[in-house]
Design a protein around this ligand. Structure first.
Ligand SMILES: C[S@@+](CC[C@H](N)C(=O)[O-])C[C@H]1O[C@@H](n2cnc3c(N)ncnc32)[C@H](O)[C@@H]1O
Length: 187
């Protein structure tokens, strides 16, 4: 049996909810797989932005997009996602996706952190349009530890149920602290 990867699952939920032609933000660019997916989703008229604090992530993403025929298609920003509000007005994005943790193939000590991750989620929720969606892929265990996951989940529990629907899913029968996909729908 083929294992269903977490990114495929997140992408399939995003595809079921989000239409092409909007504004999409990859809050954790990394090696660019999510940015590439967003470029494919965006179509001719959509706009894609991606953030990362590492130059290596920007270079890897530039190269992945170019190899797939999407060179120059996304705004690749070397800045922390906690500063996203400097780039977008409130209520202007259709989708924001986060894939927390460290850059695969890079320095594992440079990873997302609870304070900046929560600040970015909070600012991202202000930037989302009504009817927009946020996708969060949260890792734990190993080098990552548990603090970020626990702090994010604690924060998400405080969100108003009148304004947001928060759905956390799980790999129910998989051991070793599997990734946790969470989807937030803005009302
Ligand atoms: C798991 S990787 C992302 C994977 C990526 N979405 C992909 O498709 O390859 C997490 C990334 O978050 C980045 N990161 C860490 N802190 C950040 C911050 N404050 N703002 C934006 N990105 C950050 C890391 O540099 C790393 O590249």
């Amino acid at each position: 049996m083929r294992q269903l990867q977490i990114t495929e699952w997140c992408h399939s939920i995003i595809c079921s909810q989000v239409k092409e032609g909007g504004t999409y933000i990859d809050a954790t660019m990394g090696n660019g797989h999510d940015t590439l997916f967003l470029c494919q989703l965006a179509g001719e008229n959509g706009e894609v932005w991606a953030f990362d604090i590492q130059e290596q992530a920007v270079r890897n993403t530039e190269s992945l997009l170019a190899r797939n025929g999407y060179g120059g298609r996304a705004h690749l920003v070397k800045d922390g996602h906690e500063n996203m509000d400097r780039y977008f007005a409130p209520g202007t994005a259709d989708l924001i996706c986060f894939n927390f943790g460290y850059l695969p193939g890079g320095d594992h000590r440079i990873a997302t952190k609870p304070e900046t991750s929560i600040a970015a989620i909070r600012k991202g929720l202000d930037i989302l349009k009504s009817g927009g969606m946020m996708s969060l892929c949260i890792y734990s265990g190993g080098e990552t530890g548990f603090e970020e996951k626990e702090r994010i989940l604690e924060y998400l529990r405080t969100l108003s149920p009148q304004r947001y629907t928060v759905i956390a899913q799980e790999y129910y029968n998989r051991g070793n602290h599997p990734p946790l996909p969470v989807f937030i729908f803005a009302g």
